[in-house]
Design a protein around this ligand. Structure first.
Ligand SMILES: Nc1ncnc2c1ncn2[C@@H]1O[C@H](COP(=O)(O)OP(=O)(O)OP(=O)(O)O)[C@@H](O)[C@H]1O
Ligand SMILES: [Zn+2]
Length: 468
């Protein structure tokens, strides 16, 4: 039997990192066992679901590299099938029509509350034999077993036993005939032959109900793994309604998808004390038994640390592909300057995010009109103008524009003018980059190229003249 897992978001907003981690664990489980990972869009809430949200979820999954083997399936395409199953349950006596009005249900509820009982449907229509065809408004309820108990052998939380008398007769079709959440999930899990339902533990109350419906349908009951929630800094679970941050915002803020995946996998799962995992290692080591039982809180500091690890240690060509997008966000055409792979190598030590790296590299590609104010005050002195003029003359003569040669020019000039290296390199750095920080000056000049170096030195000399 093929192991089949699914991720089943509702398209009522973007993909946030709580959902993303749940998707990741389902994906990892399927990959590890050579199974199928299904994406199912639970869009039956027509009021809240939007195409925009569907797109945002797909975009998030793609960016993270969580490819699905089947889908995306849309629950709104399955309405006929849900109706068929509701009819089947009615026909076999596992469901019944109920015409209790809102007011009636309310009255029962209030009585139960007054008696300190758990509010639940009192079963009034359970054996009434309504046919649902006399013009009154009917819902359909599932006939939950009265006796016994349901045991969830949860792969994360262990055995959970729920007595059937705790579960009331769930509405499976509304008065307009539309199926309710638990029914649609059961039908799809059955039809899609899902073997492992890996989802957030916010769904744990649904599980015994879903298991009972599956049994009534004679369908195999999948295994369940309920994952703990990711909480925000305020201690509430991250959710779309609760203003959680979209996965795509992490791209926008300059994270590599692998760094986010690594962060997410470690948030709630461990393999010894290893912190950094390639995706292949995640697949290799992943075990549901090693998932934490308790909720975890999102923490940007660790994510930043991981991102820096990935920026430094990933193949520079890979980092460059992501950097290219960020460079584009700055309206810069990366073909107007040095190879991005070389820029990554020059900048990766000092960049925690790709946004930082892109901003710090903009000077390679486009001219700037403004210099960092502090850097100018400190470095653009009359003395610096003379140094820059001398550098200009020497650089203009260089034919073999490469690091060692340029370095030698700077060293020689410092020596000839009896200046320390900083007095030469810093004004030069400000002249060519506009700021006081950049990769090593010889690397910076090499990447920048001769033409840009000379024109910027000339421009800085003019700026200094106007200053003094
Ligand atoms: N904070 C969270 N931590 C871990 N898993 C989560 C979190 N929020 C949702 N999930 C899981 O992600 C999957 C998709 O959830 P869903 O699309 O309903 O997102 P949601 O944020 O819960 O939506 P809503 O805000 O509408 O409740 C479900 O398996 C759910 O259990
Ligand atoms: Zn009723």
């Amino acid at each position: 039997m093929t192991i089949t897992t699914r991720f089943a978001p509702s398209p009522t907003g973007y993909l946030h990192i709580g959902g993303a981690r749940t998707a990741l664990f389902s994906w990892l489980y399927a990959r590890k066992h050579g199974g199928d990972f299904i994406l199912r869009i639970e869009d039956t809430d027509l009021e809240r679901s939007t195409q925009e949200s569907v797109n945002a979820i797909l975009e998030g999954m793609t960016w993270l590299g969580l490819e699905y083997d089947k889908g995306p399936f849309y629950q709104t395409h399955h309405f006929d099938r849900y109706k068929e199953v509701i009819q089947q349950l009615l026909a076999q006596g596992d469901a019944y029509y109920c015409c209790c009005s809102k007011e009636e249900l309310e009255t029962v509820r209030n009585e139960q509350m007054a008696n300190k009982e758990k509010p639940r449907y009192n079963g009034k229509c359970r054996d009434a034999g309504h046919k649902g065809d006399d013009g009154r408004d009917y819902v359909v309820r599932f006939k939950n077993p009265v006796d016994g108990a349901v045991t969830i052998n949860d792969l994360v939380k262990g055995d959970i036993v729920v007595a059937n008398k705790e579960l009331d007769d769930l509405v499976i079709a509304r008065t307009d005939g539309s199926p309710t959440y638990n029914l649609t999930v059961v039908v799809d899990d059955m039809d899609m032959k899902v073997t492992h339902v890996i989802r957030g533990d916010d769904h744990i109350n649904n599980t015994p109900r879903q298991m009972n419906i599956l049994r009534a349908l004679g369908a195999p009951v999948p295994l369940y793994a309920h994952l703990p929630m990711i909480l925000g800094a305020d201690g509430a679970r991250l959710s779309k309604r609760h203003g959680a941050v979209s996965v795509m915002q992490f791209r926008d803020e300059g994270y590599l998808p692998e760094a986010l995946l690594n962060y997410l996998v470690r948030l709630g799962w461990s393999h010894g004390d290893q912190e950094v995992f390639s995706v292949d290692e995640m697949v290799e080591y992943f075990k549901l038994e090693n998932v934490n039982v308790s909720a975890s809180t999102f923490n940007t500091k660790k994510l930043l640390w991981l991102n820096h690890q990935y920026i430094m240690n990933s193949d520079p060509a890979h980092v460059a592909r992501h950097l290219s997008w960020h460079i584009g966000q700055l309206d810069i055409d990366p073909s107007e300057g040095p190879d991005l792979v070389e820029v990554v190598k020059a900048q990766r030590e000092r960049s925690q995010t790709l946004v930082e790296m892109a901003r710090a590299s903009a000077f390679f590609y486009r001219e700037f009109d403004e210099y960092d104010e502090k850097a100018v005050k400190k470095n653009f002195t009359a003395e610096a103008a003379a140094v820059l003029a001398a550098l200009y003359q020497q650089f203009a003569k260089v034919e073999d524009w490469q690091g060692e040669v340029l370095h030698q020019v700077i060293v020689d000039l410092a020596e000839a003018q009896a200046l320390n290296m900083g007095k030469v390199a810093q004004p030069l750095r400000v002249a060519v980059t506009g700021t006081a920080v950049s990769p090593a000056i010889d690397v910076t000049l090499t990447l920048l190229g001769k033409d840009k170096t000379l024109s910027r030195i000339q421009k800085a000399i003019d700026v200094i003249k106007n200053l003094n």
